[in-house]
Design a protein around this ligand. Structure first.
Ligand code: SER
Length: 566
């Protein structure tokens, strides 16, 4: 069956069995515990915990979805027969509607309905904390499955790593030696420290990778031979290695999806992942002397394959292509200079590699690819460690002197590549201080900064607050900020010891590590914050500020986006 048919069959199967069909959520999750959406269950977390009511939101206790997912854990493995980054996850979910018996028979019936035979299944063998899943074992046996294997926690227990969330034993279905469907029985809630609490209502969370399902259904040896990948691969010339063709097709496809969800290449978080994908693909364009038009065609092909099911790809087609070219342009400028520099060095340590990255934008992959034995001690881990060190420094540091990535300014919170961008982010930065002050005046002193990110277009501010803001509150906050702007308040900077700064009542961001001596910026009597700057001299330089969006960011955390209008 084609991938399109499989999607359709799956949704019809669950729709006719009392499930609400829910659209895929964005690859950029609302949930701050993950960088990107990695599983279908993510958008449903709050129904497992009882924070939200599925009957109210879906009119059913059961849902099914096809979710866009992205896993970074395999990013360096892409190129072999199995690994990919972006994938689609087919899943059915129940929040107190049904449990093991039904979930297991749906598994069996679905494969019967598409003419595939289950080879074997696995169930949780039990350990010191959670007992053997005998029930699941028996249900499979009653359905006539002969080969049931018991496995340990590593294979048959699902839960978030190092984070909070629902979790429990799993049962997995294998066809032709490939794990196709993972069925999780959420019985517990895992706390941050790893302890398990019993969930009030046990739930079902299943996930089946569409690429793998297509592979077994289409009788292919690997996912790249399925109709999801083949048309993209066919665009790439046969003269380059199979491994590179897979990397390029995976990375360009994934990039198209990330771009369609509004991610743009940057040096942080999801933007950094996107940049890595694009640049790694571009490395192969560069070393193989490919015609630059080829990658654009591959991206257009990906949009064609997926655009009907994910219309955001079609809607943002031009943005995606433009962003691709813009990143290519940035990258190619530094690439050739960087490679020359690389060749001058005899031994490439992780520090050296990072400095090449910082100065020339040379990604880890290129450094590895071009330096051969000279970089034998360099690993992705050691490189990432350097990267982490640098991020800490730039967050704690002030404005100015940031040569890296051709940026004029990079404080972690705000970035600008030239004078013009610098002016814009500076105005938004002062506006963000006014925003925090205004929120506290309208909503109370419990409002604290939880995060902030400023780009040329907008400021994004996360803060602690337990509920959605009313339209009236948003309006009041906005008005108060614009009033402060029109009062032409002087923005003043003072330097002092950290303790003195805190005593002075200046706000600070508790997540941040501040040095002993800090700067405090105040805008008249309206706002006062510990901050590295830069800021405008007078609030009237900001212009008119508008709040463009207010939404949840995490439990107890709201997110506001605002911009300056001319
Ligand atoms: N959450 C499980 C997984 O990601 C099943 O959906 O495999």
């Amino acid at each position: 069956m084609s991938a399109n048919e499989l999607r359709k069959k799956f949704l019809e199967f669950f729709k006719s069995r009392g499930h609400a069909i829910v659209l895929s959520s964005s690859l950029l999750p609302d949930d701050p515990s993950v960088l990107l959406t990695t599983a279908g269950m993510q958008q449903f977390k709050k129904y497992y915990t009882g924070e939200a009511d599925p009957m109210r939101d879906f009119k059913y206790k059961n849902t099914a979805s096809i979710q866009k997912c992205f896993r970074t854990s395999d990013i360096d493995e892409v190129g072999d027969e199995r690994h990919n980054t972006f994938f689609e996850m087919l899943g059915n979910f129940s929040f107190g509607g049904y449990f093991k018996k039904e979930a297991i028979s749906y598994g069996k019936d679905f494969f019967d309905s598409i003419g595939l035979e289950i080879e074997y299944v696995t169930v949780f063998a039990g350990d010191k904390n959670v007992p053997f899943d005998e029930e699941s074992f028996n249900f499979w046996e009653n359905l006539g499955i002969r080969d049931i294997r018991k496995c340990g926690r590593e294979d048959n227990f699902w839960g978030p790593t190092g984070a909070e969330g629902p979790c429990g034993p799993t049962t997995e279905i294998y066809i032709n030696g490939v794990e196709v469907w993972n069925i999780v029985f959420n019985e517990f809630y895992q706390l941050k420290d790893g302890t398990l609490e019993k969930l009030k209502t046990p739930g079902v969370d299943t996930g089946m990778g569409l690429e793998r399902l297509a592979m077994v259904s289409q009788g292919k040896r690997n996912i790249f031979e399925t109709d999801l990948f083949l048309p993209i691969l066919d665009i790439l010339p046969g003269t380059i290695s199979e491994r590179q063709r897979r990397i390029i097709s995976d990375h360009l496809r994934a990039s198209a999806f990330l771009l369609s969800d509004g991610v743009s290449p940057s040096n942080k978080e999801a933007g950094y992942i996107l940049r890595r994908l694009l640049r790694r693909a571009l490395v192969y364009e560069y070393i193989n002397f490919l015609n630059p038009q080829i990658f654009e065609s591959a991206i257009i092909e990906a949009i064609k394959i997926y655009g009907n099911f994910y219309p955001e790809l079609k809607h943002r087609r031009d943005d995606i292509i433009n962003a691709y070219w813009a990143e290519r342009e940035k990258f190619s400028k530094t690439l050739s200079r960087g490679i020359k520099e690389l060749e001058k060095n005899e031994n490439i340590t992780s520090e050296k590699a990072f400095s090449l990255y910082e100065t020339f934008g040379l990604p880890y992959e290129i450094i590895k690819e071009f330096s051969g034995a000279k970089s034998s001690s360099l690993t992705r881990e050691s490189f990432d460690k350097e990267f982490g060190k640098h991020q800490e420094k730039s967050r704690a540091g002030a404005a100015g002197k940031f040569g890296g990535h051709g940026l004029l300014l990079n404080t972690g919170e705000l970035k600008a590549k030239d004078e013009e961008e610098l002016k814009k982010v500076t105005r938004l930065h002062t506006a963000t201080h006014l925003l925090q002050a205004a929120l506290r005046k309208i909503l109370g002193e419990n409002v604290r900064q939880m995060g902030s990110d400023i780009t040329v277009e907008r400021t994004r501010f996360d803060f602690s607050f337990p509920r959605k803001l009313t339209i009236d509150e948003i309006k009041k906050v906005e008005d108060l900020i614009n009033e402060a702007i029109s009062r032409k308040l002087k923005v003043k900077m003072e330097e002092m010891d950290i303790e003195e700064a805190k005593r002075s009542g200046a706000l600070y961001f508790f997540k941040e590590k501040y040095p002993a001596h800090v700067k405090v910026y105040s805008a008249g009597d309206f706002s006062k914050e510990l901050c590295g700057g830069p800021h405008v001299k007078n609030t009237q330089d900001i212009g008119k500020f508008v709040i463009i969006k207010e939404e949840a960011s995490a439990s107890g955390v709201r997110r506001i986006r605002g911009k300056i209008i001319p």
